[in-house]
Design a protein around this ligand. Structure first.
Ligand SMILES: Cc1cc2nc3c(=O)[nH]c(=O)nc-3n(C[C@H](O)[C@H](O)[C@H](O)COP(=O)(O)OP(=O)(O)OC[C@H]3O[C@@H](n4cnc5c(N)ncnc54)[C@H](O)[C@@H]3O)c2cc1C
Ligand code: SF4
Ligand code: SF4
Length: 377
């Protein structure tokens, strides 16, 4: 059955309960009948169907022809070649493990404030501020820490100003479904929306566009991807950092992953936690994810490489290239060629290859699906 006549019942069987679901929330925000909810308590991160209109496993609106949830899902059908074909006119070659791109470089924000607040080179924040100021976007869906930040609980957030962007810079390594803030952005009047997120999230707007999901697809004007091999359950704070290392969550100032968990505390302390100790707290939704390098973003950003305080930057779309070139011309960022750190490129490809091994062999019947172009809704 082609993608365009499949709905929640099929999404439930093929993605939600098969282990493929990443919890990105795209199906929930795309549902025009508001019959999908999103469970983020206790590290679940899964969509569910309300009891009315079809119960947990079915959907009466789907039976009548609504297909928006499957059109939005970046793990439905043969999503990767389908989106590749839409964006680049061809599927990636087998050796393009980090996806199709135009250029790779290292970037750094020239603003001291962005550099000190950013996780690596502050590129993502500089880009968002540029896109807001140049009217490329009206709002950006990002992640922020709830309350005063001491719980380290990340939540989706609509950033509309430079101050919002700076306050939400940096990385949290628990899951945060940034697309889930979409309805709030629309309510606030945003028509052109930027999305920051890991590969599982930034493929969603492109899946929507490839499958002609209408207005929601058109509203996503810019996608900035974060390189990512996994996220962790929130319980890692109490069960690993606190119990084994005595690091209380409220004492943590900043975290990074550079071969080990690097934890900086507010009292000036620095701790390292080996990644292999953290593996058992890997979030379930990441276990079958094949996309390390956020292959469908306009620009992907990561922190690997020899130079701390620089962002490894993968430019994939014409829009991404245009923006970075203009930012460089306006001295908002500085750029170094990737030839100055070929080790970073090698490591990105190595980590991408590792992630790709997680995806089970696709059943042969999927292969047929990709040849079917969905009709418009
Ligand atoms: C969960 C996660 C795993 C990552 N794993 C890797 C990795 O293995 N290798 C690697 O090279 N890089 C990884 N990164 C990317 C890296 O940490 C930086 O985000 C990236 O280098 C950009 O740095 P920056 O200084 O340009 O970004 P900044 O200017 O600091 O902006 C970062 C943006 O990310 C958003 N953000 C923060 N946490 C989350 C979250 N949990 N979910 C969604 N959005 C979030 C912020 O709201 C902000 O808009 C990961 C990032 C995350 C969030
Ligand atoms: S991967 Fe995302 S869009 Fe697909 S079912 Fe899961 S939450 Fe919904
Ligand atoms: S590994 Fe990263 S990109 Fe993949 S599902 Fe987990 S959070 Fe998303």
């Amino acid at each position: 059955m082609p993608v365009d006549i499949k709905h929640w019942k099929h999404l439930y069987e093929e993605v939600v309960t098969s282990g493929l679901c990443t919890g990105c929330s795209a199906c929930v925000i795309a549902c025009p009948h508001d019959v999908l909810g999103y469970e983020s308590a206790q590290g679940t991160y899964k969509p569910y169907h309300f009891e009315q209109d079809g119960g947990a496993t079915g959907c009466t609106h789907g039976d009548k022809g609504c297909t928006l949830c499957t059109r939005a899902c970046p793990r439905f059908g043969l999503w990767e070649p389908e989106i590749d074909n839409y964006l680049y006119g061809r599927p990636r070659n087998v050796d393009e493990v980090s996806g199709i791109y135009k250029e790779i470089c290292l970037t750094q924000a020239t603003s001291e404030e962005l550099l000190s607040n950013g996780q690596d080179g502050g590129l993502v924040s500089a880009l968002l501020i540029y896109a807001l100021e140049e009217n490329i976007i009206d709002a950006a869906l990002v992640s922020r820490l709830e309350g005063d930040g001491t719980t380290w609980k990340a939540a989706p957030y609509v950033a509309r100003t430079k101050e919002d962007i700076i306050a939400t810079a940096g990385s949290r390594y628990t899951y945060c479904a940034n697309p889930y803030a979409y309805p709030q952005a629309v309510e606030q009047g945003a028509e052109r929306i930027g999305l920051v997120g890991m590969g599982c999230q930034v493929s969603a707007p492109k899946a929507m566009a490839a499958r002609r999901a209408g207005k929601i697809a058109r509203r996503f004007a810019l996608s900035i991807g974060l390189l990512c091999s996994k996220t962790f359950d929130d319980s890692i704070f109490d069960e690993l950092f606190d119990e084994r290392y005595g690091i209380k969550r409220e004492s943590i100032k900043k975290m990074n992953i550079k071969g080990v968990f690097q934890i900086y505390t507010k009292d000036g302390g620095y701790h390292e936690v080996p990644l292999k100790e953290a593996h058992q707290w890997t979030r379930e939704g990441c276990l079958m994810c094949p996309d390390f390098a956020a292959e469908h973003a306009d620009i992907s950003a990561g922190g690997i490489g020899a130079y701390a305080d620089w962002t490894l930057t993968v430019i994939r779309s014409d829009l991404g290239k245009q923006i970075l070139d203009d930012m460089e011309n306006k001295h908002l960022i500085v750029r170094r060629p990737i030839e100055e750190d070929l080790g970073a490129l090698k490591l990105m490809n190595k980590l991408s290859a590792v992630s790709r091994k997680r995806l089970p062999e696709q059943p042969a019947e999927y292969k047929k699906r990709i040849e079917v172009r969905p009709s418009s809704v």
